[in-house]
Ligand binder design. Structure first.
Ligand SMILES: Nc1ncnc2c1ncn2[C@@H]1O[C@H](COP(=O)(O)OP(=O)(O)OP(=O)(O)O)[C@@H](O)[C@H]1O
Ligand SMILES: [Mg+2]
Length: 239
């Protein structure tokens, strides 16, 4: 459902953020994206959503090429950005209405969906307050709800668990599992290796814009004589 082929991205003509990166995410898979700060995770995710454009390479999401069908790609994606500090002047309800309008979610469907997700994340009461007054975790929660309001098949989540309390984090992980069980794809970045370990069918490890590993954690551990993921990660990325 995600196809990233030989993608190179340079910022300001000098900072090479991604260097000939290729990978796939299939339907039914949760793929974790891990790598040190500044390794190119957010850049990869922004390229997948069409927020920024590659210098070279081909990107396909849900069968649509991002250059030829950018709107269809965007409609296929639920994206959680790396910072939830957006649209802060709006109330929670106003923000969700705006997003539902953009994605053309029918009125009755959006109400049901917002209610269900807000209850799951214990945000129902806060919806009538301006997002400016939200804590970091509450802002993150509303971004989660907004990303899922149109039931997108492909989820691209940039550090989605940051700031969430244990219950909300648990609920989100459960949603990710349920989503892939239905044949959809989840691609998410995290710095929490335990989360990757518990949740992922596969991990992609990136450093300085180059993929170091793409495969299952079992295989990675086998290759490294059953060392802990933490040790393998440190060894791989420090070399
Ligand atoms: N808008 C930008 N302009 C210039 N350079 C940028 C820009 N965004 C990112 N970079 C550079 O591209 C590289 C990759 O950054 P990116 O944000 O993709 O990393 P990341 O893996 O998401 O890091 P983190 O774990 O800290 O979120 C870094 O060297 C960063 O400085
Ligand atoms: Mg990032």
């Amino acid at each position: 459902m995600i196809k990233f082929e030989n993608v190179t991205k340079t910022y300001n003509k000098s900072v090479r953020a991604l260097d000939d990166v290729s990978f796939n995410v299939k339907g039914g898979e949760i793929v974790g994206f891990i790598g040190p700060n500044g390794s190119g995770k957010t850049t990869t995710m922004k390229l997948l959503t069409g927020i920024i454009k590659p210098d070279l390479g081909r990107i396909t999401v849900n069968g649509f090429n991002i250059k030829e069908d950018p709107i269809k790609v965007k409609a296929s994606i639920g994206y959680i950005a790396d910072s939830p500090d957006m649209f802060l002047r709006l109330k929670g309800t106003e923000f969700l209405e705006l997003i539902a309008d953009i994605y053309k979610v029918p009125t009755n469907v959006r109400q049901e969906r917002v209610q269900e997700l807000a209850e799951k994340f214990e945000l129902t009461e806060a919806l009538s307050s301006p997002m400016m007054s939200y804590s970091h975790g509450m802002r993150q929660k509303i971004m989660v709800i907004a990303a899922l309001i149109h039931k997108p098949p492909v989820w691209i989540l940039d550090e989605p668990m940051v700031g969430l309390d244990p219950k909300s984090s648990f609920e989100l992980k459960q949603l990710m599992r349920d989503h892939t069980k239905e044949g959809n794809a989840v691609f998410f970045s995290t710095h929490v290796l335990e989360v990757a370990e518990k949740l992922c069918d596969r991990v992609i490890i990136i450093k300085k814009g180059t993929i170091l590993y793409n495969g299952t954690l079992e295989e990675l551990e086998k290759q490294n004589k059953n060392a802990s993921l933490e040790n393998i990660f440190l060894e791989l990325t420090e070399k």
